[in-house]
Structure formats: C-alpha cells, structure tokens
Design a protein around this ligand. Sequence first.
Ligand SMILES: C[S@@+](CC[C@H](N)C(=O)[O-])C[C@H]1O[C@@H](n2cnc3c(N)ncnc32)[C@H](O)[C@@H]1O
Length: 202
Amino acid sequence: MSDLFKEKASDWDANQMRTQLSSAIGASILAHVPLDGNMAVMDFGAGTGLLTSHVAPRVKSIDAVDTSTAMLEKLVAKPEFQGKVIAVCQDIIELPLVSRYDLIISAMTMHHVEDTDKLFATFAKHLRPGGTIAIADLDKEDGTFHEAGTEGIYHHGFAREELKNTIANNSFVDIHFHNAHSIERNGKSYPVFLVTATNANV
Ligand SMILES: C[S@@+](CC[C@H](N)C(=O)[O-])C[C@H]1O[C@@H](n2cnc3c(N)ncnc32)[C@H](O)[C@@H]1O
C-alpha cells in the first residue's frame, strides 16, 4: 500500500488549522466522554498524534493506529508519548487487532475509509462490552475542502442522519452528535462534528 501521507508528515504539525482543529476535537472529547486513568484507548488514524496528545494524559494507554509509516514515525519521536502511546501500523479493517479497548477516538480519518459500514463494524469488534466511540470528521461539504485530485478521499463529509443509521446498524446506542469546530477557509465554513456512541454488545 502506498503511503499517501509520506510527503505531508514532515510539516504536519506546523499547520495551525490542524493544531486548532485537534485542540477543539480534544476539548469536545473531554467535555462529552468521561475519561479515567484505567482506560485503554485506540486513536484510529492517529497520524502524528495531534489528537492523541490531548487524551493521553488522562488515560492509561493509547494504541495509535495508522496505515502511514511516515506519520507514525513523527508520533513515536515525541518524548511525551514514551511509556503511554504505542504505534500500530496496520490496516485494522482488513487485519483486526486482538486488543480490545474502552474507548476509540478518531479525528479526520473516517473520510479516508471507503466502506463506512465496515469501519463501524471494525470499531464494534475492537471495543470491550459497553465501550465508547468518539469520532470526529467533516459535516457534509461541497467537495471543496480538499484540493481537487487529492488521493484517498472517499467522502466529502458526512450527513449526520445517514451516519447515525450506519452507527446504529453496528450495535451502537446513545448516539449523539456534538458541534466540535468550524474550519474557516477561503470564505467558506466547514463544520466538524464529534459523534459519541456506546457499544451495546455485552
Ligand atoms: C487527515 S489525517 C488525520 C491525522 C490525525 N488524526 C490528525 O488529526 O492530525 C488522516 C490519517 O488517517 C490515516 N489513515 C487513512 N486511512 C487509514 C486506515 N484505513 N487505517 C488507519 N489509518 C488510516 C492516514 O495515514 C492519516 O495519518
């Protein structure tokens, strides 16, 4: 699999839009998901760890799952993650992990996954009974958020009602959407939601 983030990884964290977005998503998770020091967490599509950094101090461990070696190299180089965050370079949709988590978080990765239904089935499979998801991505947009021709974009954001049905169909309950942030760019607003839900499997 080619690494679509190889070129972007080197200066990923230098972009203020990205750091502000991950701060806002992190704040929304802290506001809506009770965290504690015993929790095992997965950050799906963790990249360089921008979102991970907001949650790591409040939980026991984070497995930072990503398919980009270049992005994860940046994450593992961060000294604050030592002993707390483990990088996992694997496509868990095709090759699931044996680990189970109390919480799965994710920022701006869902639109890179073609089969959203399979993604939520994968999340359900990786959660402990009663585990939680907190997933952030763009609301439905007109296709202008990414530059035309950007590879690996399967969705121009998500319609909340449609996504809610997909999540419910994969054994999740208590599904709530929160307004996490709005990205202002070229005179346009791109709202970002955080959806939280609980796995009903016992
Ligand atoms: C837009 S970046 C977001 C990175 C990070 N969450 C952040 O907010 O800075 C999307 C990330 O998802 C990763 N990704 C794309 N498809 C993936 C998949 N199927 N499984 C895991 N990670 C994936 C990419 O490699 C990239 O690091």
